[in-house]
Design a protein around this ligand. Sequence first.
Ligand SMILES: [Zn+2]
Ligand SMILES: [Zn+2]
Length: 279
Amino acid sequence: MAFWGDYHTHTTYSHGKGGVLDNAEVAARKGLKQIAITDHGLRHMALGIHRRELPDMIADCKAATKKTGVLVLAGIENNLNSFDGTLDAKDSDLEMLDIIQGGYHKCVFAPSLSQQFSFELRNLFSGMRSRSSQKLVAKNTDAYLKFIERYKPDFVGHLNRDIHADALTVARFAKECGTYIELNGKRMSLTDAELEKMAEEGVRFVCNSDAHSPEKVGDMGLALAAVERLHIPYELIGNWEKFPEFHSANYKRTVLDYNAATLDRSDGQADKGDADADD
Ligand SMILES: [Zn+2]
Ligand SMILES: [Zn+2]
C-alpha cells in the first residue's frame, strides 16, 4: 500500500466494531507500518472512551505492536469543546498518549455551563444549517487557532465537520505550527476550492480512514479520491510513501522507542545468526 500509516481508527473502546489487535492485524496485512487508535474523546456524551480505560487501551496498543510489528499508537479523538480552544482531555491524559489530535464533534460536554450554551449549543444548531453567522465563524476560527497554539496537535481531525470556521485561516496557521490537516476517508468536510487553495499554499495533509471496523483500516476512500480529483501533490500528503513529520513530543518519543526496540531485536538476531555460523 502506498500509504504508510493510518492515524485515525476506532475500536470497541468507543463504538468501533473490532479490538486494537484486529485493527493492527488488518494494517499488517495491508502493508501499513503505523496506525493510531483514536477512539472518541473523554467528554463525548455517548461514545467517549472512559478515563479508567486508558491504561488498558495503551497496554493493548503495546501488545499489538509486539505481535504484528506495526507501530500501534495510542491516541484519542479529542473534542474541541470551547471558544477558548480547549480539548476535553486533561494534560495528564494527553501525556499518556503517543499522538495528539483533535477536532469538533457534536454532543460533547463543555468545560463550563456558559461554554455549553455558547459554544456547544450554538454550534449544534448552526452546524445543521449550511452556514453560520459571520460572528460565530470568527469565534470558531479563533477557537481552532487557540487549540493549535495550545496543544501543538499532530493533526486537526476533519476540520469544519458540523461546525463552520474559516478553514483556510486555520490551515495556514496549522502549516506555520507544523500541524497537519486531516483528509478524512469517510466524510469530506472541506470544499474542493478550500482544498485547492490549501494545496497551492503548501499546507500538509494526512489521509486517514476514520475506520470504525477493522476491515476499513487503511481505506482512505474520500480522502484519496479528493487527492486524485484535485491533483493535490503527493509530497503534501504526509503519509504517502513516507511517515508524516508529526511534531508532538509524544509521537517523537514513541517512534524513537520503537526504533530502538526494533534495532535491539535485529541486533539480537544478527548475534544469533553469527553464533549459528560459527557452529
Ligand atoms: Zn465514531
Ligand atoms: Zn473518528
